[in-house]
Design a protein around this ligand. Structure first.
Ligand SMILES: [Zn+2]
Ligand SMILES: [Zn+2]
Length: 237
């Protein structure tokens, strides 16, 4: 193909309304039909924009990432997992030792854990769990949190276990507020009057978290007068 043909090619793929039917892959640089690009998800997408990598390149990149993760994890642990599944009876005798015998290889494989089962979580070497979620506007975020917080968030129904290393926060801030107020029927937990604020039963200042189990609907007055007190303190005032 000479340079003129190359320059003309993109135009031939436009409709008369100038809506592009094709898109150049950011990786292989080929023009491919839009259907070869995955739609962006989340509220920003408006069903229009497509991702930069074509399906083929995406697959290659994902395979590459998986390969890299395997290399990072190291082969001894993997071999061990395999043998422990296939060998019967002779457990412990024929198994090759892991690189560091004191550290048990985390059971990251196997069946998908129960989303509510916080005990399924296995922290990274640094003791961390990945938490992901989305903002009020649908933008995805993620951060590392320590295992203890992750367990609390799952137990108190603010998050679910995605896999042994990852939890997913169930509500954005706005969603959470709406969820609590609806759940409590806009009724103050303390005085029974109309309420539209969120109060922490165990105050955040005392280590409480923003979770369905630790939050209730409260009226303005109760919320402000309770402030950082324990519930018992506040109710027995
Ligand atoms: Zn491509
Ligand atoms: Zn009240």
């Amino acid at each position: 193909m000479d340079w003129r043909a190359a320059c003309v090619l993109p135009n031939t793929l436009m409709t008369d309304t100038n809506l592009p039917l094709s898109k150049q892959c950011a990786y292989c640089k080929q023009y491919k039909p839009l259907t070869e690009f995955r739609r962006r998800t989340g509220k920003r997408s408006k069903g229009q924009s497509r991702r930069g990598a074509c399906r083929e390149c995406r697959k290659l990149r994902e395979a590459g990432n998986a390969q890299m993760q395997l290399q990072v994890k190291g082969t001894p642990a993997l071999k061990e997992t395999k043998t422990s599944h296939t060998s019967t009876g002779s457990k412990g005798k024929t198994r090759p030792r892991a690189a560091d015998p004191r550290r048990k290889a985390p059971q990251l494989r196997g069946p998908k854990p129960d989303p509510q089962d916080a005990s399924a979580l296995v922290p990274s070497a640094k003791g961390m769990i990945l938490m992901r979620g989305h903002s009020d506007k649908g933008r995805r975020w993620h951060q590392e949190i320590d295992l203890e917080l992750a367990v609390t968030l799952v137990k108190e129904h603010a998050a679910v276990v995605v896999n042994r290393r990852t939890i997913r926060r169930l509500y954005s801030n706005k969603d959470f507020r709406a969820y609590i107020l609806t759940r409590d029927n806009y009724t103050c937990h303390f005085c029974g009057l109309y309420g539209d604020t969120i109060d922490h039963l165990l105050p955040r200042a005392k280590g409480g978290h923003t979770t369905p189990d630790n939050c209730v609907c409260a009226c303005n007055l109760c919320n402000q007068s309770k402030a950082d007190q324990y519930v018992e303190e506040f109710m027995g005032r």
